[in-house]
Design a protein around this ligand. Structure first.
Ligand SMILES: C[S@@+](CC[C@H](N)C(=O)[O-])C[C@H]1O[C@@H](n2cnc3c(N)ncnc32)[C@H](O)[C@@H]1O
Length: 299
């Protein structure tokens, strides 16, 4: 579709957005305006400067105005822009799904390392289950970046899966992502998988109550609240993964930094081998990686 003629330059539009955000009391209105622009047009943040003299088409201008109004009303930036960048992929997000976090990019990296190592050993391309897929961030990244021909993306929240399906289609991964609705690994109904990856809800209920309102009041509680000790969903998932994984298969979990070692202990007690806790880019213990025992690979 040809975009309707421009209403002004990118720089002019950005100045209007900056004024809107500053009037709403946002501290770094100039930077936020640039970030909103980048998300709305789907480019790197530098585009706001590089493209300053370019005309801004009407459709982009309307999207930017709407995003600025939502941000000024207090919405988190990703929901305001309705898009977030995850490992270089622009994903649609709205209040049906958790906003994917940069820490989760590191979880994907660990799975990709394993996928590449398997390939180097001459093993078949693996079938991966992304449990609690939300926006589909992990599943989409694996399907687009790895030699991963088949990702089962499951979630208990039907409305989240609508967003995941949209992202899989928009980013050209529809053929490789199989969306299934239901609790944990139940939608796989007895099928064997080579890897289970999950960023489960891992905030304890009393911590959820005290979360920053910008998170608690906007993002789905189902995506965050992991029960009284934050580990209820993780515990059930680890038990089910032990049954669904092939011997030697990978379990890769994101955990709260305060409970990563406790998560590792649960995984170990469930009979997984080579259990390791990995750090995120800020040096906090965040990832628990382990292998199902059974063929020597599981330790
Ligand atoms: C922390 S979010 C992760 C979303 C996405 N994978 C990401 O990393 O951005 C947790 C997801 O798990 C889903 N979930 C919560 N309990 C579940 C359960 N028992 N079975 C399956 N999915 C569940 C939520 O709906 C939510 O989408």
């Amino acid at each position: 579709m040809v975009e309707a003629p421009a209403r002004g330059t990118v720089a002019e539009a950005l100045e209007t957005v900056r004024l809107t955000l500053a009037a709403a009391g946002l501290a770094d209105a100039r930077r936020e305006a640039a970030e909103l622009y980048a998300a709305v047009v789907g480019r790197a943040i530098g585009a706001a400067w590089v493209e300053g003299d370019d005309p801004l088409g009407r459709a982009a201008s309307r999207r930017l105005e709407a995003a600025a109004a939502r941000r000024a009303a207090g919405w988190p930036q990703a929901y305001a822009a309705q898009r977030v960048n995850f490992r270089g992929h622009w994903l649609a997000v709205d209040r049906r799904v958790l906003i994917p976090r940069p820490e989760t990019e590191g979880l994907v990296e660990r799975v990709l390392e394993w996928v590449r190592a398997e390939r180097a050993l001459g093993r078949d391309e693996p079938v991966v289950a992304d449990v609690g897929t939300g926006s589909g961030a992990i599943a989409v990244a694996l399907a687009l970046e790895g030699p991963v021909p088949f990702v089962v993306a499951s979630d208990i929240a039907h409305e989240a899966l609508e967003v995941a399906a949209l992202n899989a289609a928009a980013l050209g991964a529809r053929e490789r992502i199989h969306i299934r609705c239901g609790p944990l690994l139940e939608p796989l109904s007895g099928e064997r998988v080579d890897a289970v990856v999950s960023n489960p809800p891992y905030v304890a209920t009393d911590e959820w109550e005290r979360l920053d309102p910008a998170v608690r009041d906007y993002e789905p509680r189902l995506a965050l609240d992991g029960g009284p000790d934050g580990l209820a969903v993780t515990r059930d998932l680890v038990g089910q993964a032990s049954g669904a994984l092939r011997p030697g298969g990978l379990l890769a979990l994101e955990a709260d930094a305060r409970r990563a070692h406790e998560t590792a202990a649960i995984v170990r007690a469930t009979g997984f081998g080579r259990v390791e806790v990995g750090a995120d880019m800020f040096g906090r213990p965040r990832y628990v990686v382990a292998y199902r025992r059974g063929d020597g690979n599981g330790g």
